[in-house]
Ligand binder design. Structure first.
Ligand code: ATP
Ligand code: MG
Length: 349
């Protein structure tokens, strides 16, 4: 569960401190719009931090997966470029890290075939995150792609033998499936106790489930998100409209006061402070003061990122070049891994 993953993440942080280079990271997002603060504090911040510590980083832009919960992928190239911009702005350095679109990597996608043979239909159907997403989806029918996307995600992680995946809390069931796939593949096809693929671990941040302006999970598709690329004015307007409760005194009680606590946590993350202290400082000044503090903290924290983003946005040629090079690097690695998997399965002649 989440508690165990939090404890394990603390242990992993210890190992990262002593030897960041023993880890390889793969993680990503769907190109369905600009990244928001939930992405940032849930995973993007950790991606950049790990890169800067010397860990090898792969960022998957999961373009095939846009179609899980919508009929058509409108302006896919535009959304892909927005994702690259968000990463460059946040500090991902394409000279050290690899940003790529998984549709451009045939060998990665081919891993999906053996992977699907290793999981049962009922295991796929039990996934609580997929169930929740199906419940929130506007689609009448559940597509096969929606049902199987966690196995596809296993390919996004294992194609480069990543052993560490910085993710938000909703991804824990998917990561568990990736571990099951690696374990079964190793058990079934490994020889002499040598694993074919690693069993990667989740790394949760201090905000594994950041809430949006309505007090539920901040999410692109729920209309409750504050985009990293939003203007200072847009940010102020969104936070002014955020839901709070009727109690005047501000406190940090995530379990019973999600809306207020979400704003407190966001403020605290931007200020690098303890959320309880932030709440105490505002205290009886009430929700308006909390919103003012949150707006100022977010806008100040994001100002350098937003400035860098605007700079990168002026050079779309560079963005496309980053992707071309990333796709080339990812392809070479995926082909090597696929050949190893096929050799283990005795399908490489
Ligand atoms: P969509 O609504 O299109 O599914 P999303 O906003 O839910 O988009 P994803 O692309 O599903 O975002 O998530 C990408 C990554 O960001 C995952 O690792 C996920 O755990 C993390 N993430 C997304 N939203 C949050 C959040 N509110 N808090 C923490 N982490 C988050
Ligand atoms: Mg999602």
């Amino acid at each position: 569960g989440v508690r165990a993953a939090r404890i394990r993440s603390a242990e992993l942080e210890e190992q990262i401190r002593t030897d960041p280079r023993r880890f390889r990271v793969s993680t990503g997002d769907r190109p369905t719009g600009r990244l928001h603060l939930g992405h940032y504090f849930g995973t993007l911040h950790n991606r950049v931090r790990l890169q800067d510590l010397g860990t090898e980083l792969f960022v998957v832009i999961a373009d095939y997966q846009v179609l899980t919960d919508r009929d058509v992928a409108d302006d896919l190239p535009g959304h892909v470029e927005e994702l690259v911009l968000d990463h460059l702005a946040a500090g991902v350095d394409p000279a050290r890290s690899t940003i790529f679109t998984h549709s451009a990597i045939p060998a990665l996608n081919q891993l999906l075939l053996p992977f699907l043979s290793l999981v049962s239909v009922s295991e796929l159907g039990r996934n609580p995150t997929v169930k929740d997403e199906i419940a929130h989806s506007r689609q009448a029918a559940v597509s096969g792609l929606m049902f199987t996307y966690p196995a596809h995600q296993a390919a996004d992680i294992l194609f480069c033998k990543a052993n560490l995946v910085p993710v938000g809390q909703d991804q824990l069931p998917h990561l568990e499936l990736t571990r099951v796939i690696a374990r079964r593949l190793n058990h079934r096809y490994g020889s002499g106790g040598v694993p074919v693929l690693p069993e990667p671990e989740a790394l949760l941040s201090a905000a594994p489930l950041l809430l949006g302006t309505d007090g539920t999970k901040m999410s692109k598709s729920r209309g409750n998100a504050i985009a990293l690329a939003a203007s200072a004015d847009e940010t102020a307007r969104l936070i002014r409209g955020a839901k709070t409760d009727s109690e005047r005194h501000i406190s940090y009680e995530p379990a019973t006061r999600p809306e207020v606590s979400g704003l407190v946590l966001l403020t605290a993350l931007c200020l690098g402070r303890d959320p309880r202290q932030v709440a105490d400082d505002i205290g009886g000044a009430g929700a308006a003061a909390l919103k003012a503090a949150a707006t100022e903290a977010v806008n100040e924290y994001l100002a350098p990122l937003r400035a860098r983003r605007a700079m990168y946005a002026r050079d779309r040629g560079h963005v496309r070049q980053v992707l071309r090079e990333g796709n080339e690097r990812a392809s070479a690695i995926a082909e090597t891994t696929l050949n190893e998997v096929r050799a283990a399965m005795k399908t490489l002649y």
